[in-house]
Design a protein around this ligand. Sequence first.
Ligand code: ADP
Ligand code: ZN
Length: 761
Amino acid sequence: MSASLEIPSGRDPERNRNVQVAVPLPLFQEFTYRVPDRMEAPPAAGTRVLVPFRHRKLVGIVVPGSPPAAGLNLKDLERVLDPDPILSPQLLSLGQWVARYYFSPLGEVLQSMLPPGLLSKPSAPEPRVWPVKTRMSIRSIDPSRGPDLTRRQRELLALLAARKLPVPVARFVREARTTHGTLKALAARGALVLKPVQVYRSPWLDSDPPPPVTRHSLNPDQSRILNQIERRLSGGGFHSMLIHGITGSGKTEVYLNAISQVVQNGGSALMLVPEIGLTPQISNQFRGWFGSEVAILHSALSEGERFDQWLRIREGKARVVIGTRSSVFAPVPDLRIAIVDEEHDSSYKQGEMPRYHARDTALKRGQLEQALVVLGSATPQLEIYHGSRERGRPQAEVLPRRVLDRSLPQVQVVDMRLEFQKHGKALILSDLLRELLRQSLECNDQALILLNRRGYSAALLCRSCGSTESCRNCSISLTYHRDRNRLLCHYCGFSRSLPTRCRECGKRYIHLLGEGTEKVQEALQDLFPEARVGRLDRDTVRRKGSLQRILSDFRRGRTDVLVGTQMIAKGHDFPGVTLVGVLGADQGLKLPDFRAAERTFQLLTQVAGRAGRGERGGRVVIQTYFPNHYSLKAARRQDYPLFFQEEIEFRRRFQYPPFSALVSLLVQGRDRNATLDLADRFGRRLLEHRKRIGAQQRLRILGPAPAPLERIKGEYRFQILIKAVRRPEALEVVRSSRDDLSRKGVNLKKVSVDVDPVNLM
Ligand code: ADP
Ligand code: ZN
């Protein structure tokens, strides 16, 4: 008896032919559709389908699950859009995990996992089924037709015979000085075949040669860690580890070697970085090592480029993927290693729905795909470092030295209170920093000056009545920008002209308070008229290409001093920098956020790490009014363990992560009272459900209270903060409360849930 007899025909009316579909709408449910009889088998999970939804059509994705067998008024699937599932079972599971853990609608999560346009929003008229770009090309030739042709036509065929086909028609027309018409005539005679051929839109020009690479032989510390990685890779299965390597210890070199191993063994690799535009060296290094195997994903690519990169990855043509946050979802087949560089960086957390953390998502993906996940940082996030002492969490491996025995820079902290007493006024540069800058310029060395505030001045104050200029829409003071000669809101973009008189009292005692990068640049230029002073912040990189220009000018020594915001602290490797100055190092310490000290320490350590990466050693000057704060003391000694010891005690005392899990709820709205009402309602539900599960002792619910930034873009903001000893209990009370309210028809669109928030402002 043949086995095939036992396979059901698929047309059995008793069989459940319904499927569950997630649609890209902010809805916390999936929908059931019938597979019409005209379709053979139900489409597999991960396949896109066109479905009727209310009064329109949507592109959704079939998701796993057991749909109800029968239902009243079930609608039919209209069309299956993909021959094969577009998302692998593992990526679908990852999406389901993200949706559940981060309280995000599954359809929206799946949408953000795919290139733009593949899951259309309701406003899109027709789905873009497969937005590849093609170019009409000469596919093949048949010269056997020679005798019937003119001499010129035969010449063209001979030219073609000497070339690698396919050749784009436009290019051939140009090069052979012929016409489209001639080629069409040849095609009509069957002498050649014209066909559209897919072309990849690439973020770099094809004419760009892959940059040359220097492969260093690894030092003993690097080799030891590479061995650890190889051991874990060869065993297969899920593993995770943390490379805690100081700045300049050569982490990237270890990553490159590990990836190279993976690729040689036929696997694929994923590397996440915080920002690509800021550190073009890294993508160049990757291209140099892996050539056309590299795919790059980040938000500055055009939609077409992003789609093509995605397609190359999916087809296994690019087995090394480097990208920012969302590339954690790249459809890499046979993933063996995922690296999250600078894992502490806050850009890994998405600030809008779905509010996932790419590092934690990468760890989950490693579990699902049985791959190795490597986290790297000089300043690991406190929770990660703390966890590395526990079993089952990423274990730490240390790179304690800089490459080539280069020393860490010498760091000095300047107490600005003493500087003020000495001079009787507040100066931008301390005596020490000014003197070191002078020396640095004299030796033709380079310097970086960090001030984490853009614009010219921080605020506008009337010295007569004490009023300040705030934004009309946000509870934040306006920053004066000299470039544009306007006051600007950094949250909503509102701007107004600089008043000559105070708006409150009408007097002319308007004073610009505090300084930003624009003013520092100006002050440096005044002090050192000969020096070439550049500036790197969001304002100077607004125009396309200017970021690359500023960075390459500095790298090539066409700029002596670069002033900038935290953008200058990120992973750069500028060997000419011997001096780093930090102004207003303590600004961040005053923010009402439990991560303030950690952020300050990270920023100082990272920016200090930019000094002395070449042969000449480096010095760092940190100016502060709080020289005794432990984050400054630890940064001065570049001593992570010292910082950790102090910070972990603070976290323990106040039950902050890693001693609790946080969930932050933000309720926003234009009407203050209605917004507060909704926040109160949600808050009461949370209390009820906490009682129901008996978690009163383990769950603290704080608020609702006005968020530190009480109003943004005209909307009031109220916050509820949940601190839980056990994370699942926090998720449970939020879920139940949300479901209760939405069953009652309460509109929860303006309530956002942020699990493991990194920003509490
Ligand atoms: P990190 O990411 O740890 O700050 P990088 O990977 O950027 O450090 O390395 C710093 C510099 O040292 C780079 O210019 C890199 O090419 C170089 N480098 C890395 N490993 C070695 C080595 N074993 N020998 C010599 N130079 C190295
Ligand atoms: Zn504003």
